[in-house]
Structures are given as structure tokens and as C-alpha cells.
Design a protein around this ligand. Structure first.
Ligand SMILES: C[S@@+](CC[C@H](N)C(=O)[O-])C[C@H]1O[C@@H](n2cnc3c(N)ncnc32)[C@H](O)[C@@H]1O
Length: 225
């Protein structure tokens, strides 16, 4: 999201998990070695499964390489569900992976104008709220918290909603449509997108992909922007 959006004057990226920061530091400190390590890894389901089931190693280059490999070799997860190895009959996922490695310089440049925080959301909201702040919030999906770092829970979903009802700035929160979440944001403006999810190749082959409705809750009227 941060990389895809237009630049703003002030940009903050926050995640309690510091793996992105660790990756960027390894890219800075050992760029050639990291890129060589990434390019030398074959695109392989067996290797992906092995990495998924092994804890990240301590060596910073190998750790960063595995983090990126797992991120790029999986189907984009939907609804917090664990997702599997990305493969295809039409798209060449090995070439996609290699291209992503070759774009790391551009990624590093883009992220160099973003302030990275690794804080709990309560601290970030308190610290950065202002009349001109826009918070884009992509919390762990309700009921699927175990798939994410940080031990999110029902109380924290409620606390997040409570805080977002009191901020001075604007916020856009994304979730799937569980009744508990719909109730927390019942007084917000809502937009939905029906996203087709699953392997991209299925769409290329004209096969059915699963449909999920993604909800965007806003404390402002998007028509007045
Ligand atoms: C749905 S994911 C967001 C993924 C991100 N938007 C992306 O595209 O990579 C939810 C994230 O919330 C983070 N998280 C969990 N508990 C948190 C907390 N208390 N404060 C801030 N972030 C937290 C997790 O580490 C996880 O990366």
C-alpha cells in the first residue's frame, strides 16, 4: 500500500513487527550478498514449504532472504487465511519473483522517504493524530489473529474502534464483514469491494475464483473529499 500510493508530505508506516525494518537494514548493509542470496534461491514449492515450517534463521542475510522469499512466493493471503505457494500455468511465477528482487533498489528508494515505526497502534494513533492526519489501518482480521504477529484479540479490536471514534484526523479501516466488526463501525461511512481471490492463474484460465467482500470503514464522507 505505502509503495503503491502517491507520496505525501509526511508518511509514516507502522507495524509492531520489525521484520520490514530488519529487511531494509540488511538491504543497506549487505545489498550485494542479499540480492545474490535471493536470486540464487530456486522458485520451488518444497523449498517454500520448508521455509514456512522453519523458524527464521539468526544470520541477518539468510533471515532477510527467507522473509522476502516467503512474502513473494505465496498467494496474497485473504481474510487472514493461511495461503499457499504461488504457482501458475499462464504466469511465470519464477520470473515474477526474480523481477521483484530486481526492483529492490526502487523499493529501498521509495521507503527512504517514509518514517518507519514499530509501535503498538495505540501509541501511533496518539502520537500522530492531528486535524490533517489520514490513518490507513489494516488490522489483523477478526478471528484470524493467530496468523499475524502481535497477539491481537477481541479487546484490541474494540480498543482500536474506540480510539478511531475519538481522533481529530481521518481514518480508513479495512476488514472483512464479520457482524462484530460491522457493529463496531456501524456509524462510519462504508464502502465495499467484492474481490476475487485465489490464484491469478485461475482468472487467466477463466476459472472461478473465490469472492470475498472487503469493507472500508471511514469516519468521513468519501464523496466530500
Ligand atoms: C493485516 S496485517 C497488515 C499487513 C500490511 N497492510 C501489509 O500489506 O503488509 C496486520 C498487521 O498488524 C500487525 N500488528 C499486530 N498487532 C499489532 C499492534 N498491537 N499494533 C500494531 N500493529 C500490529 C501485524 O504484525 C500485521 O503485520
Amino acid at each position: 500500500m505505502t509503495v503503491a500510493k502517491e507520496r505525501s508530505k509526511v508518511e509514516i508506516f507502522n507495524d509492531l513487527d520489525s521484520e520490514l525494518l530488519d529487511f531494509l537494514m540488511t538491504l543497506r548493509n549487505n545489498k550485494t550478498e542479499l540480492i545474490d542470496a535471493l536470486l540464487s534461491l530456486p522458485t520451488s514449492r518444497a523449498l517454500y514449504d520448508k521455509f514456512v515450517h522453519e523458524p527464521l534463521p539468526a544470520d541477518p542475510i539468510e533471515r532477510a532472504a527467507r522473509w522476502f522469499y516467503k512474502l513473494r512466493q505465496k498467494i496474497i493471503p485473504t481474510n487472514g487465511a493461511a495461503s499457499g505457494f504461488r504457482y501458475g500455468k499462464i504466469k511465470n511465477s519464477a520470473i515474477d519473483y526474480k523481477n521483484a528482487v530486481h526492483r529492490l533498489d526502487a523499493f529501498e528508494r521509495r521507503m527512504s522517504s517514509v518514517l518507519l515505526e514499530c509501535l503498538d497502534f495505540r501509541e501511533v494513533i496518539s502520537r500522530y493524530d492531528s486535524g490533517s492526519t489520514l490513518f490507513f489501518i489494516d488490522p489483523p482480521y477478526y478471528g484470524k489473529e493467530k496468523y499475524y504477529f502481535g497477539g491481537f484479540n477481541k479487546f484490541l479490536h474494540m480498543e482500536l474502534a474506540r480510539m478511531l471514534h475519538q481522533i481529530q484526523g481521518k481514518c480508513l479501516v479495512t476488514y472483512y464483514g464479520d457482524p462484530f466488526i460491522l457493529d463496531l463501525y456501524r456509524d462510519f461511512h462504508v464502502r465495499t469491494i467484492d474481490a476475487r481471490v485465489g490464484a491469478v492463474v485461475k482468472a487467466d484460465l477463466g476459472e472461478k475464483r473465490r469472492k470475498e467482500t472487503e469493507y472500508f470503514f471511514m469516519n468521513y464522507d468519501p464523496n466530500t473529499l
